[in-house]
Design a protein around this ligand. Structure first.
Ligand SMILES: [Zn+2]
Length: 311
């Protein structure tokens, strides 16, 4: 019998910090979340992280569980060796140039490992979710933006300076919409959930929606505007996926994030449109699937990453 190891996963998001005790077989023993102090100074965020980690450690102790390591996923590019957050993200005002591991050094006995949140979501899906058993996968998350994570030969691919895999910022229209990354025509300005809401509200300013769930509700009730917006978004998403397939030719593309919960039909249409656009040889064996861990992917990925780094 394989013996189990346990770790703590922490997933820093714009609205919540999720944390939990996870096992090496992908079970979440316990999880909780606190409101994310996204707009606060670094010190406040670091102290909040320490607080939730200590809470999880206490809880593990009460359950008689031995924790081996702690994994933290954060937005922004992370120098994984140093545990240093380099670049930030627009949702977090001050969260950049932070020595995350340095902060924990004299406060925790256990090792802490940090990586980018989208990388760890991809890693979670690769170890425990839709990509289980594969070696090469690309995971995209369609939410406020488009996040990307790439696993090649079982390892997270981060680029030479920890700032690669920014799939949401590939240009799909050379002279397109301005993006807050400084670029133009970025994929996430067209294929993300927020782009879809924005497009809908421009097309139907009399009767706007708050989120994509409302757009799909209107689609199901036969509304024409939502049908057009959903179909356009499918084309935008598929254009980006075809690019990814041409570059990586992975075993599987995993689609996660809020928009991936729109249902099987939505994913199937993305798959069909992608196959129409991509070169047959590049695309024919590539599986295109919805993520299977939902919003647990980041947490489980962080926990699994910590155990892998510990070895
Ligand atoms: Zn961009």
């Amino acid at each position: 019998m394989n013996s189990l190891f346990y770790s703590i996963g922490v997933d820093i998001g714009g609205t919540a910090i999720k944390y939990g005790i996870c096992s090496s077989s992908g079970d979440i023993i316990e999880q909780a979340s606190v409101k994310s102090p996204a707009d606060s100074p670094n010190k406040v965020i670091l102290n909040k992280l320490l607080e939730v980690i200590k809470r999880a450690l206490d809880s593990a102790k009460n359950r008689g569980i031995t924790i081996s390591a702690i994994g933290v996923g954060t937005p922004g590019s992370v120098d994984v060796k140093k545990g240093y957050l380099k670049g930030g993200t627009p949702n977090f005002k001050f969260w950049r140039e932070v020595g995350i591991i340095d902060f924990f050094k004299d406060k925790l006995i256990l090792p802490v490992f940090v990586d980018n949140d989208a990388n760890l979501m991809a890693y979670g899906e690769y170890i425990f979710g839709a990509g289980k058993g594969k070696r090469n996968i690309v995971c995209i998350t369609l939410g406020t933006g488009i996040g990307g994570g790439i696993v090649i030969n079982g390892e997270i691919f981060r680029g030479s300076f920890y700032a690669g895999a920014e799939l949401g910022h590939m240009t799909i229209y050379y002279n397109g919409r301005d993006c807050n990354c400084g670029g133009k025509g970025c994929w996430e300005r067209y294929g993300s959930a927020s782009a879809m809401v924005q497009d809908y509200n421009v097309a139907n300013s009399e009767n706007p929606v708050k989120n994509t769930v409302e757009i799909f509700e209107r689609l199901n009730s036969g509304e024409k505007i939502s049908e057009k917006i959903v179909n356009d978004t499918i084309v935008y998403i598929s254009a980006g996926i075809a690019n990814i397939i041409h570059i990586f030719n992975p075993e599987m593309i995993i689609i996660g994030g809020g928009l991936s919960e729109a249902g099987d039909e939505f994913i199937k249409k993305i798959e069909a449109t992608t196959r129409q656009r991509a070169m047959i040889n590049s695309a024919k064996d590539v599986l295109i699937r919805a993520a299977s861990l939902g919003n647990r992917a980041g947490l489980l990925g962080a926990a699994a990453f910590a155990l892998q780094m510990r070895r």
